[in-house]
Structure formats: structure tokens, C-alpha cells
Design a protein around this ligand. Structure first.
Ligand code: GLY
Ligand code: MN
Ligand code: MN
Length: 434
């Protein structure tokens, strides 16, 4: 990790002009209640470039003739460390994280201001705006404090995100291994839930079973709150209450993905609570699966991102018309986008350290971007028919069916990383028939 992060910093600095300085703000701990804090998770941009997982850290990268990496962190403190765990401290920041110099966090501003005397561009990575109120003061400091007839710096402030996120969107082999591990753990989690699902079980029991199973396979956390939604609950796209008892005859939608060493998986499966599809459930399920499969089939380097969504919508619109759920000619349905009543959302996003990973979906001209080998993303078409859609035949009402797979672009096509989570009707009925 030390060398990987060093390499990433070197590659980033190579893209910057001389006399640049980069400030990377790490996350701070958040309060859950009174003196209890939430479990801490580092900002992904910070982690990507430093590998440093402790809260309250800041990094500075200076690009002059010779570049420098400074890390500001919490100093060693035996009393705090007994209560809350060990700290790298200033010494550890140099020894284990490769900083050229390290300081206590309290020394940040007094160290930064002299460095800014000779800087013309300040790049800032500060997702939560920790330094919003200080930035203009910092960048004006040299101009305002230097004698009137000395050269002045007019420092421009540039967000680092555009440059950094363009790098993060294409994954290295080491990153792909971590995503594979997250997907493998989640595959076991989804299978365990399929086998345990039955009428009368509570959504929260299945959610906990998923968490328990991915922990066995090396995940420390989920990549996002589990969505375990029976029946009509699945029509709320981010239903997270997970507190209702599942009923015979309902569909279950479970969208759950483990996180492995800060890399996410994001997988959805939908199936009957009692393990046997009704004809209506089967019809909608097969339609969503066909849409997903046809979209996966066109993934290769050079494919246009939005073509995956367009493919899903064409397949689902045609199928919904054939089932009598949409009326009018297919041309009319596509032009008026009447299918959106049931398809609701877009069909995917980049996947990586963030579940909705960073990186542009458009090129600099505003066109949808093309796919490249090493990109990883989800494809996740869905059809949602709420219970109050009274104009739809009853057998279809009160269900949301989404199927979501994690797809990697390869040199000549794609690999479905989550293909081992049962996804055909036969495979699902077989695994649920205990
Ligand atoms: N689980 C969040 C999503 O599918 O985007
Ligand atoms: Mn997703
Ligand atoms: Mn998902």
C-alpha cells in the first residue's frame, strides 16, 4: 500500500504545474450521540493517495523542482490510545506512511502559510468543506502581508476532484482483486439469505444474516445500508427500515453489498418470499433479466455509457407493452417515455471505493463517455408496480423487481463479477427449495 500510494502521488504531481500545492483533507469523526462516535471511515480520495486511515489528518503535496509530502495527524497520546486505540503519531506517519515530514495536526496552518509564499496554484480536495472559511484568507495571505513593491502571488484555487477522479474511475489489478473479494463475500451473503427466506421471517433477520455472512468472508462493513424490502416496500428505491415481516405471495427485493478493504460491491436480487414465482412475478422478472443481459452483452471498450440504459429501456418498454401494462405503439411509448412510470431510475453507476464511485460520465465536450478496460460499474434495471396502481391487473401490484450485477470491462468485452449470485428463475427456485 505504501508503494501504491507513493506511485499515485507521483503520477498526480506529474500532471500539475510547478509551484503547485495540494491540500488533502481527511474526514473527522462524527458524533452519534453525546460522547459516542460513529465508526470512522476515511475519505476515499484521502485514502487513495495516503493509505492513512485515522481521523483528523491532513496531507500537503508540494510540487517545486523537488516535491514534498507532508502529513499532519493526531500526535501520540497514551491516555487517548488506551481508550480509543493506537495512533501512528508523527513518527509513524514518516516511518509507515512515507511522509517526508510529519507534524501534529495543530501545526497545520502555521506550516502551510509559509509554503504558500511561493505557490501559484492551490489544489484542494476537501469533500466536506472543512477549510471553506479559511481558503480565501490563505490564498490572499502573501499578497496582503508582503511589502507593496515585492512580487505578488495571485494564487488560484482549483478542485483536485476532476484530475483525481479521472484516475480513480479506471481500476488497477490490485483494486479489482479487492472488488472481487467484496463480490465473493456478497455472493455468499445473498445465497445465505435466499436459503433462509420464507413467509413470516422479518426483513431485519435477513439483513443481519447478510451482514453475518459477509463478515465470515472478510468484509468489515457493508458498502451502503442494506435494502431488504418485501412486497410494496420495494417500490421505495432506498427503503432502509428493514423491519417488516415477509408475507406469503410477496416478492422480496434485497440490494446488499459488502465492502472489502474499502472497495464496494453492489448487488440486487429479487425473488418470491415463498420460493416459487407466480406467472405475473415470472413475467416481470424475466423481462428485467432480459434487459440486464442485453445490456451486459453490449459492454466492451468503446461502448457508450448511455447505450446501456437505452438498451434496458427498449427491452423493458417492449415487454411491458406485450404484457398490456403500457399502451400505444412502441414508437409512441419510446417518444413519450411512458415506460418511466414503471422503470423509474437510471440503470447503473461506477463502482469502486465508493459504491456510487467517482469519475465523470461525460467527456469534456459534454458527450456521454465511452467505456475503457478496467472500468467497473453496475447495471441495475428495475420495474416497480406500486400497490395503488389500480389500473394494473392485481397480480402485478405491490412489487419492485430490480436485478443488479457488477460488471468489469475487459480488453475485448466484459466480465460479470456477480454472475454466481443465482439470477435465473430456475436457479433461484432451486436454491430456495430447501
Ligand atoms: N445500492 C445502491 C444502488 O444500487 O445504487
Ligand atoms: Mn447500484
Ligand atoms: Mn444496489
Amino acid at each position: 500500500m505504501l508503494n501504491t500510494c507513493r506511485q499515485r502521488r507521483t503520477e498526480l504531481l506529474e500532471q500539475l504545474p510547478n509551484n503547485s500545492l495540494v491540500i488533502l483533507a481527511g474526514y473527522q469523526q462524527k458524533v452519534r450521540s453525546k460522547n459516542i462516535k460513529y465508526h470512522f471511515r476515511q475519505d476515499n480520495d484521502f485514502l487513495y493517495l495516503t493509505g492513512f486511515k485515522e481521523p483528523d489528518a491532513i496531507a500537503i503535496l508540494v510540487k517545486h523542482e523537488v516535491s514534498e509530502y507532508l502529513l499532519f495527524c493526531r500526535p501520540k497520546d497514551p491516555a487517548q490510545e488506551v481508550s480509543f486505540g493506537t495512533r501512528a503519531g508523527v513518527e509513524g506517519a514518516v516511518e509507515h506512511y512515507g511522509a517526508d515530514k510529519a507534524y501534529s495536526i495543530a501545526q497545520f496552518e502555521q506550516t502551510l502559510l509559509p509554503l504558500l509564499q511561493s505557490i501559484t496554484t492551490l489544489y484542494i480536495s476537501d469533500e466536506l468543506g472543512r477549510f471553506s472559511s479559511s481558503l480565501v484568507r490563505w490564498t490572499n495571505n502573501q499578497r496582503l502581508t508582503a511589502p507593496f513593491d515585492t512580487p505578488k502571488n495571485f494564487i488560484s484555487i482549483t478542485p483536485l476532484a476532476k484530475m483525481l477522479h479521472a484516475k480513480r474511475v479506471v481500476k488497477s489489478q490490485a483494486e479489482i482483486i479487492k472488488i472481487r473479494n467484496a463480490v465473493a463475500a456478497s455472493t455468499s451473503g445473498h445465497k445465505a439469505v435466499m436459503q433462509a427466506c420464507h413467509p413470516g421471517i422479518n426483513e431485519r433477520e435477513l439483513s443481519s444474516l447478510f451482514d453475518f455472512t459477509i463478515a465470515k468472508y472478510g468484509c468489515n462493513d457493508v458498502a451502503y445500508p442494506n435494502i431488504v424490502a418485501g412486497g410494496n416496500n420495494a417500490c421505495c428505491l432506498h427503503y432502509e427500515e428493514n423491519c417488516n415481516e415477509l408475507q406469503d405471495g410477496q416478492m422480496l427485493l434485497i440490494d446488499a453489498g459488502g465492502e472489502y478493504e474499502h472497495y464496494a460491491s453492489d448487488i440486487t436480487r429479487s425473488y418470491p418470499v415463498n420460493g416459487k414465482f407466480t406467472p405475473e412475478q415470472k413475467a416481470i422478472y424475466q423481462l428485467v433479466l432480459n434487459a440486464l443481459d442485453q445490456a451486459i452483452a453490449i459492454v466492451q471498450p468503446g461502448s457508450i455509457w448511455i447505450s446501456l440504459y437505452d438498451t434496458c429501456m427498449q427491452v423493458m418498454a417492449k415487454g411491458l407493452k406485450e404484457l398490456g401494462l403500457l399502451s400505444g405503439s412502441i414508437e409512441h411509448i419510446m417518444t413519450t417515455e411512458s415506460y418511466k412510470r414503471f422503470t423509474v431510475h437510471k440503470t447503473g453507476h461506477w463502482l469502486g471505493m465508493d459504491v456510487h464511485d467517482v469519475g465523470p460520465y461525460h467527456d469534456d465536450k459534454g458527450n456521454w463517455r465511452t467505456l475503457e478496460a478496467g472500468m467497473v460499474f453496475t447495471i441495475e434495471p428495475g420495474i416497480y408496480i406500486p400497490e395503488d396502481a389500480l389500473d394494473v391487473p392485481e397480480g402485478y401490484r405491490g412489487m419492485g423487481i430490480r436485478i443488479e450485477d457488477d460488471i468489469m470491462v475487459t480488453d475485448n468485452g466484459s466480465e460479470n463479477l456477480s454472475a454466481n449470485v443465482p439470477r435465473t428463475i430456475d436457479d433461484i427456485e432451486r436454491i430456495m427449495c430447501k
